[in-house]
Design a protein around this ligand. Sequence first.
Ligand code: ARG
Length: 460
Amino acid sequence: DTNQSWGGRFSEATDAFVARFTASVDFDRRLYRQDIQGSIAHATMLAEAGVLTEAEKTQIIDGLTGIRADIEAGKFEWSVALEDVHMNIESALTQRIGITGKKLHTGRSRNDQVATDIRLYLRDEIDAIGAELTRLQQGLIGLAERNADTIMPGFTHLQTAQPVTFGHHLLAWNEMLERDHGRLMDCRKRVNQSPLGAAALAGTTYPIQRELTARLLGFDAPTENSLDSVSDRDFAIEFCAFASLLMTHLSRASEELVLWTSAQFNFIHLPDRFCTGSSIMPQKKNPDVPELVRGKSGRVNGHLIALLTLMKSQPLAYNKDNQEDKEPLFDAVDTVKDCLRAFADMIPAIEPNVASMREAARRGFSTATDLADYLVRKGVAFRDAHEIVGKSVAYGIAQKKDLSEMRLDELRQFSDTIEQDVFDVLTLEGSVAARNHVGGTAPDQVRAACGRARDKLATR
Ligand code: ARG
C-alpha cells in the first residue's frame, strides 16, 4: 500500500525498501509528547479562529490525550509504513475519533510541525542540561572552597611552572563552564521561537493566529519568515556548538583527572565507585569515567560537523535531508546529559592528596619567579634577576637542592643583594599568598572568587 496520508496521487505502492529507507519513526517517536502538545495548541487555535467547532476541538484534544496515555503505557503500535511520528499519531487519531481526526492537519504541514516539535524538545532538554550544569558548578565551587589553601604545582607545557592552589585550578574549570552556561542560555533564545503556521513553506490561507499557538506552547514569539521557519536548523547547530565546547571543557578536565589519579602524579583519589578494574591485572583501578567523558567528546564534535554539513548546500525551503537532523541532535543531548551527570556526581567526591601535591610543587623550582621578583624589589632589573635565578637553579639541579633548601651563603654566590628575608618568598605559602589580586591564586582571592561564582549561580 501507499501511505494513506498522501497516497492519493500515487498509482503503485511504495517499494518496501524505500518505505523503510525514508521512514524516521524509529527515532523520531521520541518526539511524541511535543508532537501531541503542538497538535493540541494547533487545534485550540483552529477553534478560536472558527476553522474547527468547539466540539471538534474537544474531540481532537481528548483523542490526542488518549493516544499519549497509550504511548506512555506501551500500548501504541508504531508503524514504519506510516513513516514518522506525525503520521503515526494523526492516523491513530482518525482511527480513534473518526472523521474529525482528519481535520487536525488543516492549515498545517509536517514541515512546520516537525520544526515546532524539535524546538519544544530542545527547549526542555536545554533546561534540564542547564540545571545539571549548575549542579556540577556547585560541586566544583564547593571543592574549590575546601581547597583554597591546598597547594599544588601549576603547569605550563605540562612542566612545573609556579605553585597554585588546588581551589584556583578548580575555579578555572568553573569559568569554562560558566561561559558554557551563558552560551546555552543564548542558544535557548533562538530555539524558543514558534515556526507553527509557516505550513509547508509559504504560510496558509486559513485565518490562523500564530501569536496564540506561540503563547500556548510557551514560545517567546512566532518566527518571522515562513520559508526560513521550515528550513532553519541553526538552533540545532548552535546547540551542538555549545555541546562541543562543553565536551571540550569536560574532556580537558578529564585528561587532568586521569593524569592526577596516576601513580606518577598521585594528586587525587577517585572513589572506587567511579572506577573499574582490569580483567587480567589484579592491581588495577582505572579512571574509566573521566576517560569515557574524554572519549565521548569525539562523537559530539562529530554531530556538530554532521549538522553543519547537512545544511550547507540546502536550497530553501524544507528538504527531506532535514530528517537527518534528529539522530545527531538526540545523541548530542543524551551524551551531554550523561557526561554532566557523571561529572556532577564525581567532582564533589574527589579527595586531594594534599601531601603529594605539595611535594610536587616543592620539586621543580616552582618559586624561581618569586626569587626573581624579590631581586627586582631590591632594585635589580628583571632581565638580570632572571639570569641570577637561572644560575641558582642550575646550581640547585647539580646539588639536588630546591631554592628554599639552600643556605643564605649559597644563594649569595649569585647575588649579594639576597638577604635573610629571601626565605619568606621562597616558601610555597609565601608564593601563592603574594599573588593577591582579582584572578590571582592567593587563598583569600580564591575564597572571594568562590563567593562571586556562587552569587552568579544564585541569580540564574
Ligand atoms: N519526518 C520528517 C522530518 O523529520 C517530517 C517532515 C516531512 N515533510 C515532508 N515534506 N516530507 O523532517
